[in-house]
Design a protein around this ligand. Sequence first.
Ligand SMILES: [Ca+2]
Ligand SMILES: [Ca+2]
Length: 308
Amino acid sequence: MNPFTYVWFIIMKTAVFFRFSSSTQDDCRLIQFSGHEEGKALVDHVIAKPVVLTESMCKVQCYLDDDCVSFNFGKSVTDGNNTCELSNSTDRAYLKTRKHYTYHETQNACHSAPCLNGGKCQYGFTRKTFRCLCGDGFIGEMCEKELPCGTVFDFENGLSGWSRTGTVFENQPTYGDNPTARNRGQPSNHQGDWWIGGYEHRPSPSHPAGRVQGDGPTGSLTSPSFVIGGNSFTFLIGGGCDIGLLRAELIVEGNVVLQETGNCHESMTEKSWDVSGYIGRQAQLRLIDNSSVGWGHINFDQFEEICP
Ligand SMILES: [Ca+2]
Ligand SMILES: [Ca+2]
């Protein structure tokens, strides 16, 4: 690091400190300006025109805008209002002659377009001097990996790969609209033939319709692990409404990050979870029944990932 770069780094780190209340290593930006040209300006890539007094302040503004890789500074010859134009390109095909302007460019590592699959490149971040902000459906340092998407738990093929605790889910999934079969007046609203009905006891079509196990049994049911690739999940949920005891949970890398309960009605309704903050992370779905009193059961079906 040459002395000029070092001083610039210290100044800019101070500026960044005031902008972010907290920062990770990836938030730190270190950029190097490689030179300037008098009488020139880069056109058609201006992303901001902050009001500044001096050329140095324009440079600071470029540092603080994560997409800025060059800037034009125009010195006023009349009213003293100088012009600062931040640009997101260093493509010299767009460099034009312009009187009273100076063009400054960085050693823009994004110039070679290193980010794949439509990922957005930002110069000055990470040890490799750029970072990639991946578009929907992609992940990885260079956005090189396509995310799996399309997780569906519909219970139409049993519970292979799921784990249970307690006894409440031992006889699941439930076949058909068992609440209607016992004249409950609240149809299950399940999809397909099978669903999770914590009050029900109809584990096969050959079992008599309408039988129940009641609210007494408790336990949990945890799905196989999956990678989140979409922005949201939709699902059907019903049964009890005490979220402290009865709920569906989304677990991301061991931590419960989202939860939802029923509506104290047997008929399931559709709910959704925004998981855009967890894309690329390992997750599991877990159903919890820790209640043995009235409405002490959970109904669930059709957990479905919405893909880009
Ligand atoms: Ca189903
Ligand atoms: Ca129960």
